[in-house]
Design a protein around this ligand. Structure first.
Ligand SMILES: [Zn+2]
Length: 440
């Protein structure tokens, strides 16, 4: 139930490597809703923040500002399912802390020495869930825009020594790693069946900051599922053939926002994206994700039109969406997903399981979104939905595989850390080979 190994290749930027030595032993609990974020300014022996007050103020905005901040992003993403609070220090930004280390990018050393200083001052992992280390980046000259432990709580951000805060895409991306998300790829599926899908090396989903999207897009439904940020009502576990009204992923709460469909050992998650709030201005349409082994974090976006222009900015917003009339099948498991309609505030999606045709979406009309259409055509009482969520029959590795969110980090003294964000900040950088994902 591990994320697919190749998920870590993001164009021109994010790479990963294994850190040895004792890293942090505290990881973020999956069910921990209030998250304390401790930002620390770190001075090297030979490179310091030149205007600490300005840097503090800019960092405070980057992390905790009302708008355009890390917390405003995740508050909007989670719709209140998770909350964030600032840690110690003026404006929630601690330091600067002086560490006995020359400017450089030995992230392990930066972390260890900073924590040691903080512990001397009475602060430790009991006090926060995320520790974000901001240090002057110019002299350090790191080849990354940001770094985050996967499923852990540490981020490293080289920033301007004279202020400027942190690039927002980098920041939400690195915290995404903390939440346990690797990079999200797209797979090329030029046919109509899942068996036709092929890996497409280096191709990003572009539907999430974890897949080459900027912070202008939200997370994908599988990522929200991984973090338990969708309720059972919002993410319907489909258990029999039915036709659904699927609402915009970042539309109203308590409507159906994602369909979670069993396909043998895997799952298929379907979402409908469109502009909503500050998110998804470039997205329009129904998207489907293959979930290998039921591990939502390892989601792969299914691209049925790999020849289309998928450029994030210039391509048609729905060029890689599943168009109305398209049916995606998993013939080996007798699954079919048809997009009946994908315009306006909601899409209509018919799901067929075990070869049983989905009941037609008679009277798709409205107000009943919280229930699958088929329920109206059946005698009462099947209680099929509202997903009390028990894993049905097939022993799917569903959410259980996920709750190990916190584990990938510290095992056998090796920890995975992922560099990120450089695709925005340093997009000219050459691609660095990806190391294997040392989860566990
Ligand atoms: Zn990354």
């Amino acid at each position: 139930m591990r994320p697919s190994q190749r998920a870590l290749l993001i164009s021109a930027a994010c790479t990963s490597f294994a850190l040895t030595a004792a890293l942090q032993t505290t990881a973020v609990a999956a069910d921990e809703d209030a998250r304390s974020v401790q930002v620390v300014m770190v001075n090297f022996t030979d490179s310091s923040f030149t205007d600490p007050a300005k840097s503090r103020s800019d960092l405070e905005q980057s992390y905790f500002g009302e708008t355009d901040s890390l917390t405003s992003y995740y508050n909007e993403i989670t719709k209140g399912a998770a909350t964030f609070e600032s840690g110690a220090g003026e404006g929630g930004v601690y330091g600067p802390v002086d560490i006995p280390v020359a400017a450089g990018c030995d992230t392990n050393k930066i972390y260890n020495e900073t924590l040691k200083e903080m512990e001397k001052q009475g602060l430790g992992w009991d006090d926060f869930a995320h520790l974000s280390l901001a240090f002057p980046g110019d002299k350090a000259g790191c080849g990354f825009g940001g770094l985050g432990s996967v499923g852990g709580g540490i981020t490293w951000l080289p920033v301007g020594g004279d202020g400027g805060g942190v690039d927002q895409t980098v920041l939400v991306h690195e915290f995404g790693h903390n939440f346990g998300y690797p990079h999200q790829p797209r797979i090329s599926c030029p046919g109509t069946d899942l068996a036709d899908c092929q890996e497409s090396e280096g191709a990003n989903s572009r539907k999430t900051p974890m897949g080459g999207g900027t912070r202008s897009v939200g997370l994908t439904a599988p990522e929200l599922l991984h973090s338990s940020w969708l309720s059972d009502k919002e993410a319907v576990k489909v258990k029999k053939s039915a036709t659904y009204t699927l609402n915009s992923l970042y539309g109203a709460r308590d409507e159906i926002r994602a369909l979670d469909i069993p396909v043998g050992e895997d799952r298929l998650v379907v979402e409908y994206r469109q502009a909503s709030g500050t998110l998804d201005k470039h997205l329009q349409g129904v998207h489907a994700y293959r979930i290998p082994g039921g591990n939502y974090a390892g989601a792969e976006m299914i691209d049925m039109t790999p020849e289309a222009d998928h450029s994030f900015d210039s391509g048609e917003p729905d060029a890689d969406a599943l168009a109305a009339g398209v049916t995606l099948t998993g013939k080996a498991h007798k699954v079919a997903v048809e997009v009946v309609n994908s315009e306006g505030a909601s899409a209509t999606v018919a799901v067929s399981l075990n070869g049983v045709p989905a009941p037609a979406a008679a009277g798709v009309a409205s107000e009943q979104q919280a229930e699958p259409q088929s329920e109206k055509t059946k005698p009462a009482g099947s209680g099929m939905e509202d997903g009390s969520g028990a894993a049905d029959d097939s022993g799917l590795a569903e959410t259980g595989a996920d709750s190990g969110v916190s584990t990938p980090l510290v095992a056998g003294g090796a920890a995975l850390v992922v560099l990120g964000g450089a695709f925005v900040v340093k997009s000219r950088r050459k691609r660095v080979p990806s190391a294997t994902h040392r989860a566990r």
